[in-house]
Design a protein around this ligand. Structure first.
Ligand SMILES: C[S@@+](CC[C@H](N)C(=O)[O-])C[C@H]1O[C@@H](n2cnc3c(N)ncnc32)[C@H](O)[C@@H]1O
Length: 302
């Protein structure tokens, strides 16, 4: 489809009252197609998030966003939207949102966002985002760019779609730069296991990740919940996987598959993320002090 023809006013989507998913060929320059296929498979299984689950995740991820950044006049884009869970969280706070993903997850997003009229969906990747440069007031990419071969280039492709003066929100896996030796050792172990599991066929991968959710995640999560229950909140927050203490088993299963089932995963320090953002013309960079690390927002100044 021609981008100019597609790049119509979102008002027309409001008026038409129906949503059609437009697909755009990816140039396959900066994309790992096996990762995209694996996510398509994953998200078609995990798409039935409840409102409570979405709200709980949204409050955790968007603690650095206020009404100045997102309000009813904001035109936004969610790049690598997956099932659209974060698009859905923002949909009643924002003017209009474009949600973009190259995988079949876009069809799950259509399901989850059923009845949400201020959202349009497109099947496309960071290297062919079907909108003119400097179109959006706000953009976000949550847990996506570390699964792309050249993260810096992908970030630049996203940020150029934001207006000067607009904001870009990013969540990238951290390299445990704020943690000690034990956490780093665990990451080494987990990375080794991930490399083996992610190479398995999808049919085997999923049950194995379910077992990991039960045997690896749940004991630590339950210990944390117990510590909180008996009043040791600070200690509970120091445990690995503490971000899951408030999440449902469904979200934990989904994340176990996400973590162990994906072959390409890159990790960055706070300093590296800040540098990549500045290279793209973002300034006024604000990192959250809270989990998940690192989530950050910047303002486009050039
Ligand atoms: C971990 S999921 C995150 C989905 C969503 N942002 C969320 O947090 O629920 C990563 C998503 O990135 C998408 N993705 C992978 N490569 C991409 C690319 N080159 N451009 C855009 N999205 C991509 C995948 O299809 C997948 O849906």
């Amino acid at each position: 489809m021609n981008i100019k023809e597609f790049n119509q006013s979102p008002k027309k989507v409001f008026e038409s009252k129906f949503r059609k998913i437009n697909s755009f060929e990816t140039p396959a320059e900066n994309i790992d197609l096996s990762v995209v296929d694996s996510f398509g498979e994953e998200w078609t299984k995990f798409h039935q998030f409840s409102k409570d689950e979405i709200d709980c995740l949204g409050e955790m991820y968007f603690d650095i966003i206020d009404e100045k950044i997102i309000n009813k006049n904001t035109y936004g884009i969610d790049i690598g939207c997956g099932t659209g869970r974060f698009t859905k969280y923002l949909s009643d706070k924002i003017g209009f949102m474009e949600a973009v993903d190259p995988s079949d997850a876009i069809f799950s997003a259509d399901n989850l966002l059923h009845g949400v009229e201020n959202v349009r969906l497109s099947k496309a990747s960071t290297d062919n985002i079907p909108f003119d440069d400097e179109t959006f007031d706000f953009g976000m990419s949550i847990g996506v760019l570390h699964h792309i071969p050249n993260t810096q280039m992908a970030l630049a492709d996203c940020v150029k779609k934001i207006k000067i003066g607009g904001y870009f929100y990013l969540y990238l896996y951290y390299n445990l730069d704020n943690k000690g030796g034990l956490f780093r050792f665990l990451l080494l172990l987990v990375t080794g296991i991930r490399k083996i599991i992610s190479a398995l066929p999808n049919k085997i991968k999923k049950p194995i990740c379910d077992i990991i959710a039960v045997l690896m995640y749940m004991p630590i999560v339950l210990l944390g919940r117990f510590l909180k229950f008996i009043g040791f909140k600070k200690l509970a927050e120091k445990l690995p996987l503490s971000g899951y203490q408030n999440q449902t088993f469904f979200v934990i299963r989904n994340d176990a598959l996400d973590r162990f089932g994906t072959s390409l995963e890159q990790r960055f320090s706070k300093k590296e993320i800040e540098e990549m953002m500045r290279n793209c013309g973002l300034d006024y960079i604000k990192f959250s002090d809270n989990i998940p690390y690192w989530h950050v927002i910047g303002k486009r100044i050039k």
